[in-house]
Ligand binder design. Structure first.
Ligand code: FAD
Length: 486
């Protein structure tokens, strides 16, 4: 039985491992942390699960290609799915606009707030109805097959061009209605992203393909780990990989905590920056990422600061919310919104009446550098200041107690995952670069495959899972086996 060693036990590593176990390989995964899941960030406090990753999960719709991958790796196998009534609720000067799952209700809601915006609203609704669910190609590795899904419907392409060519921010500014504009600027898709991503996300949600599995990240992580272990895979936690062992340009093994471990094929599911720069010691100059990193305007890194609270407030069926507030400042930047999610909808994450509420602030390179340059005392003071500030804001809105319980920043994510600038997905998917696919193979290096979200823009859980599957197919190919997997 041939042995595959995988560095990293995130979604991509676990998915790749499970597909290879299904094909009869022996698979061992090594992860530096004392938990599996990587960016499926889960922590526990006061009897509650703090889930900082899954805001929605693309691939919840039965019968889609991605759903099949989530079932194979165990993530959505026998998982109960919650379909929120509204994707996002925005409150602006006393009025609330809801992004309903029901497309007719959504249309009615947008028209209710329209200020001569009917043409834009009708276009949006019509586009969502036309595109339905658009899936990322996942049948054959990009290296071995067609890179683009040439079956893409021309009608769909025609409708989406309008959105590909503008950022969500630009789309928002086409609306006269202040509340719709504010809603789009604060929609839980980065405002610098191509507006196409916003339309696609909304369309997935409306079509039942971006819902929430019970147990959220913890459920997804636990089910994937269980599937991998049940097939005979081995996971080594607290195992830091520092190097790929290479002999004559053939990958032979991993250096784990100073020990050399050998296998037939080596997969790295770590952040590609870390793989190229550390594990491969910059010896393979084919890294396209260094070039992209030199142009942060075209390829902007981004992340989150998340300030978590517990509260007994009953949000009813609202899950993701933004309120307009008076202007305030953090990291030298001005904001006029408070955006947050509540997790009371899933009783596996709550403790009695207490549920977690997470205030989310998108950060870019400036904020990352700001945070990176803080001393420990300054950082702790910032946590305190932000916790007090948002506590007061939330209590002002809901007249209920909000108790700070956690703080997450790009600095923490960077340290936990060795991720570039604390990014939790790839670069911002801008209108200038609405997609890219990078090679899963490293030129000049045999028996080695990359499996990580950074290989395909914009990353995220669907890309990580898909890339894990495609990486397993490349291992089959390198081993001279039939690499076709449904
Ligand atoms: C706050 C937040 C919000 C998010 N929101 C969403 C969302 O709404 N929708 C969505 O789709 N995605 C979201 N994501 C992103 C999603 O979680 C990631 O895209 C996905 O989990 C990446 O998986 P991966 O396997 O490619 O990489 P990773 O999860 O980074 O896996 C890499 C693994 O390598 C390990 N590792 C690193 N260095 C070493 C080393 N030297 N030795 C051994 N092991 C090492 C890490 O511990 C990690 O387990 C969010 C993430 C965060 C943190």
């Amino acid at each position: 039985m041939k042995k595959v060693l995988i560095a990293g036990c995130g979604i991509a590593g676990l998915t790749c491992g499970t597909y290879l176990l299904n094909k009869g390989y022996s698979v061992e995964i090594y992860d530096k942390n004392d938990y599996a899941g990587g960016f499926l960030t889960v922590s526990e406090k006061d009897g509650m699960i703090i889930d900082t990753c899954l805001h929605w999960m693309t691939g919840t719709k039965e019968g889609t290609r991605l759903n099949k991958i989530w079932k194979t790796n165990g993530a959505l196998d026998n998982a109960k799915i919650i379909d929120p009534v509204s994707f996002f609720d925005v409150t602006y000067e006393g009025k609330t606009l809801r992004f309903y799952r029901d497309i007719d209700l959504l249309s009615e809601e947008l028209h209710k707030y329209s200020d001569n915006d009917d043409k834009e609203i009708d276009r949006l609704i019509d586009t969502i109805k036309t595109i339905g669910i658009m899936e990322t190609p996942s049948d054959i590795p990009y290296e071995l097959g067609k890179p683009l899904d040439l079956n893409a419907d021309v009608k769909v392409l025609m409708k989406t061009v309008y959105y590909i060519n503008k950022s969500l921010e630009e789309l928002a500014n086409r609306f006269n209605s202040e509340i719709i504009k504010f809603a789009l600027l604060n929609f839980p898709v980065n405002r610098k992203f191509s507006a196409y991503y916003f339309v696609m996300t909304l369309s997935n949600y409306i079509n039942g393909n971006a819902s929430l599995p019970v147990g959220c990240s913890k459920g997804v992580r636990d089910r994937m780990v269980e599937r991998f272990l049940s097939l005979g895979g081995k996971i080594h936690l607290n195992s830091n990989v520092s190097k790929i062992i290479i002999d004559n340009n053939v990958a032979k093994g991993l250096v784990v905590d100073g020990n050399e471990i050998y296998g037939d094929y080596i997969v790295s599911s770590l952040d590609v920056h870390y793989t190229f720069n550390k594990l491969l010691d910059n010896k393979y100059s084919s890294s396209p990422y260094d070039e992209m990193d030199k142009d942060p305007v075209k390829y902007p890194p981004y992340s989150y600061v998340v300030v978590s609270f517990k509260t007994k407030y009953d949000f009813k069926d609202s899950i993701s919310m933004t309120h307009k507030v008076d202007e305030y400042e953090f990291f030298g930047k001005k904001y006029n919104d408070i955006s947050f999610r509540q997790y009371g909808y899933d009783k596996t994450l709550t403790n009695g009446d207490y549920k977690v509420v997470e205030v989310l602030m998108t950060t870019y390179l400036d904020e990352y550098n700001y945070l990176k340059n803080l001393s420990k005392d300054e950082y702790l003071k910032l946590i305190d200041d932000m916790s007090k500030f948002f506590k007061e804001k939330l209590e002002g809105i809901y007249h209920e107690e909000f108790i700070p319980i956690d703080f997450l920043s790009p600095i923490k994510l960077e340290a936990a995952n060795n991720s570039y600038k604390g990014n939790f997905m790839c670069y911002v998917l801008t209108k200038k670069v609405p997609s890219y696919v990078r090679s899963f193979l490293v030129e000049g290096l045999s028996n080695f495959v990359l499996a990580n979200q950074w290989l395909v823009l914009p990353g995220g859980t669907p890309v990580a899972a898909t890339n894990g599957k495609l990486a397993s197919q490349l291992v089959l190919y390198l081993d001279g086996q039939d690499f076709h997997i449904d």
